[in-house]
Design a protein around this ligand. Sequence first.
Ligand SMILES: N[C@@H](CCC(=O)N[C@@H](CS)C(=O)NCC(=O)O)C(=O)O
Length: 202
Amino acid sequence: MKLYYSPGACSLSPHIALREAGLPFDLVQVDLGTKKTKDGADFTKINPNGYVPALQLGDNDVLTEGPAIVQYIADQKPDSGLFPKAGGKDRYHAQETLNFITTELHKTIGSLFSKDMPDAYKPVVQKKAMARLAHVDGRLASKPFLLGDKFSVADGYLFTVAGWGQHVGLDISPLKNLSGFMGRVAQRPAVQAALKAEGLGK
Ligand SMILES: N[C@@H](CCC(=O)N[C@@H](CS)C(=O)NCC(=O)O)C(=O)O
């Protein structure tokens, strides 16, 4: 497998998932400005939308969209506990969580990086993002990870997008459960390895 990524972008979520699952993979860096891969290939031939993450599964098979990619990765190691197995209610609740992260957090917090966002609109988006993060903080009051006692691919996704907050004027320090979660996830060897490989490690 080949993961197309950009340092610190939402592709960090499947990158963490691949390392947590212990699967072999190659990393290919993409310049999101020029839409070229590090080795000069046209990334829009790989993902016509021109965004990361994209996971090359075989010569002619590329999977895109972060929530689908992390489920695929977890399903390669069904006993890893990285995502509930198909068939039970837990699976749907886990998908509910991924959908919440992608629509309510990823796209909301991610939009604050846009240079095209009018300054007057930023506080509106920041307020909405903080309300959603407060909801997550509440969920983490009674359990260490989003789905319970065990780390799942949803946690790697939350860690990735909540980590952007500090760069876009969101102060999560009053959200004690979420802050604790961020610290806990950051300590995980797979997460540290992913950050280091993306040039973000300490
Ligand atoms: N719907 C996609 C969105 C992915 C996305 O927003 N990727 C960003 C980085 S976090 C990107 O590559 N942006 C560059 C662009 O849209 O041109 C997903 O969930 O995977």
